[in-house]
Write a protein that binds this ligand. Structure first.
Ligand code: 6PG
Length: 230
């Protein structure tokens, strides 16, 4: 159920992924009057964000935007995924979208912080129109990191979000759970470069999910489209 699309370059990929996500958003708005999308941070999505945010064929005031995961840092930090979304996507036409951050303040994503975030997420429809995942070369996606202290809960829990710490993660993180991310009309994995193509091949081979948690998504019984370019 994995559809793999390859593109000649990053700009073409960004345009095509934006086209796919825009279609999902517009279908959801037509059906439900509202649409929500969850996007990844990191370095890969910047071009895609810029192209999507410029789309004038989307009723952005009916769109809720959130993140698949976030580093537990202030929104002004360069490490903040919210910062990336705000500066790259929610400009121009997309500025009227409503952004729901996962970071809800404080030093740590403790129980109170998670409760604040969970409350803030309540306006989200039960199903996303689109979820766009990234992948690290250690086989993580969202904040499902190898060695994560709450990996089991993130992959099998019912809660919308989980706090997680892992050796390769830098700051403490907050991530949507797998079940919440799979509740989406369109599921996309956006990766660029040969190294990530090799990582994907490894993840598609047999092996424990704990070693490469992206396997949990790849093995989920639902369609997903990989967008890749060199
Ligand atoms: C994050 C992410 C994460 C990301 C991968 C890929 O906050 O880091 O959401 O899951 O998608 O780490 O990151 P790059 O695009 O920087 O390679």
């Amino acid at each position: 159920m994995l559809d793999r699309k390859s593109f000649a370059d990053r700009d073409t990929l960004a345009a095509e992924l934006a086209e796919a996500v825009a279609s999902r958003i517009n279908e959801a708005i037509e059906r439900d009057g509202i649409a929500s999308v969850a996007v990844s941070g990191g370095s890969t999505p910047a071009r895609f964000f810029a192209v999507l945010g410029k789309r004038k064929d989307i009723a952005w005031e009916k769109v809720l935007v959130t993140l698949v995961d976030e580093r537990w840092v202030d929104e002004l930090s360069k490490r903040s995924n919210a910062n990336l979304v705000n500066t790259k996507m929610l400009q121009g036409p997309a500025a009227t979208a409503r952004f729901i951050p996962l970071y809800s303040g404080g030093e740590e994503p403790d129980a109170e912080a998670l409760a604040r975030t969970t409350e803030a997420l309540k306006p989200l429809p039960q199903t996303f129109a689109a979820v766009v995942l990234g992948m690290g070369n250690d086989g993580h996606t969202a904040s499902f990191f190898p060695g994560g202290d709450a990996l089991e809960d993130a992959l099998n829990g019912e809660g919308p979000v989980v706090a997680i710490r892992a050796p390769g993660a830098g700051e403490p993180r907050i991530t949507f759970t797998l079940s919440r991310l799979l509740a989406t009309d369109g599921l996309y994995l956006h990766i660029e470069g040969d190294e990530k193509a090799e990582t994907l091949e490894k993840a598609l081979a047999d092996g424990p999910v704990e070693d490469m948690p992206v396997r949990a998504v790849l093995r989920a019984e639902r369609p997903m489209t990989v967008y890749w370019c060199p």
